[in-house]
Design a protein around this ligand. Structure first.
Ligand code: KG4
Ligand code: ZN
Length: 344
């Protein structure tokens, strides 16, 4: 029998314990979070090894793998938190954006649990989940709005002005390839393993960031991003070398420098224009140490980034975000449908 815990003090805000389920891409994840802040368990089963041989995510393979492991992942999250479903306040699940087949797995499991165990269901926007990963590590009392929030992942490069809890103004986003997608595609051009972000970062450590002059598209205007020209420029360079003679480290460092430059320049401008009190970075690419260092160096407001394991896809961020929706009264019906192109 799972051990029961006493509920936390509810004087200030209702105490919640929420199960989050995340299957939007190639991670099957479940987590239990208390009060949107305290992680009681956080299980992530990554499929990236499975997709590595294709050099990218194979959607059909992803959804099948989610089906295979999702129940075990949810059980492990409950077991790790010493809780049963009966101890939870609600079941939260990512319903978009993401791969349709993958999203359906998580949403159907969450619906089954909500229906079978008579628990409320809350659908969560994956992008908003990334935003709330910061609330898992930062003290609420130290966060002041407005904030500039960047969600920089394999599928997105989004910039928001966050004016309060659950209040966003989208300032811009990717016009073509997302930043993480560019890392993954350039990784492939440089014969590095998938996903390309971590090996490019490692290769760049010994490379020269000014060896190649790569383009910084639309850097001077607006808050949209474009990385496909940069990817093409790297492609052109790689074609100039014989196999095995490519200066991988210099290409990686120069590519990474271009991505970092664009992200930092636009963020700096947004902080000034909107008088933001801090910058929050989230999503897989914000695990990149060169980016973190450059952001911190260029801003005169705090730059906050979650630890690497909370930057990449996880379900703790889904449960954290669900807490804020739950206390504001959001409940979804069992008709909740997936929305693969959901925006924030
Ligand atoms: O947030 P995430 O786990 O999944 C999506 O929602 O897409 O982000 C995955 C992306 C991949 O494109 C991966 O190459 C990139 O994040 N990434 C990195 C690093 N670690 C992961 N990019 C640059 N540097 C890293 N250290
Ligand atoms: Zn993500």
């Amino acid at each position: 029998m799972p051990e029961k815990r006493a509920k936390a003090n509810t004087d200030v805000e209702p105490s919640t314990r929420i199960l989050g389920i995340e299957t939007s891409c190639d991670e099957t994840a479940a987590a239990i979070v208390e009060n949107g802040r305290v992680i009681l368990s956080n299980i992530v089963a990554s499929q990236s090894d499975l997709h590595a041989r294709y050099g990218g995510i194979f959607p059909e393979v992803a959804s099948r793998k989610h089906i295979e492991v999702v129940h075990a992942v949810v059980d492990r999250a409950l077991y790790g938190a010493h809780l049963g479903i009966e101890d939870l306040d609600c079941i939260a699940v990512t319903y978009g954006p993401g791969l349709v087949g993958s999203l359906l797995v998580g949403v159907n499991v969450a619906k089954g649990l909500a229906l079978g165990r008579k628990k409320p269901l809350i659908g969560i926007n994956h992008l908003e989940g990334h935003v709330y990963s910061l609330w898992l590590t930062e003290k609420e009392s130290e966060i002041e709005f407005p904030l500039i929030v960047l969600v920089i992942s394999g599928g997105h490069t989004e910039m928001y002005l966050m004016e309060g809890h659950l209040k966003y103004r989208r300032l811009g986003g990717t016009l073509d390839d997302a930043a993480g997608e560019a890392f993954d595609k350039v990784g492939r051009l440089l014969n590095l393993p998938y996903p390309g972000g971590p090996p490019i970062e490692s290769a760049a450590e010994t490379g020269n960031p000014v060896a190649f002059k790569f383009p910084r598209a639309v850097m001077k205007q607006g808050y949209d991003f474009s990385f496909s020209g940069l990817k093409t420029a790297v492609y052109r360079e790689t074609n100039r070398y014989d196999a095995g003679r490519m200066p991988v480290e210099d290409l990686a460092a120069s590519f990474q420098a271009a991505v970092v430059d664009v992200l930092v320049t636009k963020t700096r401008r947004a902080v000034d224009e909107y008088k933001a009190k801090a910058v929050h970075l989230t999503g897989g690419v914000s695990a990149n140490l060169t980016l973190r260092r450059a952001m911190k160096k260029s801003m005169d407001v705090p730059v906050r980034v979650p630890p690497a394991e909370l930057c990449t896809d996880n379900a703790a961020m889904i449960a954290a975000n669900a807490h804020w929706h739950y206390i504001q009264g959001k409940r979804d019906s069992l008709d909740l449908d997936v929305i693969p192109s959901l925006q924030l």
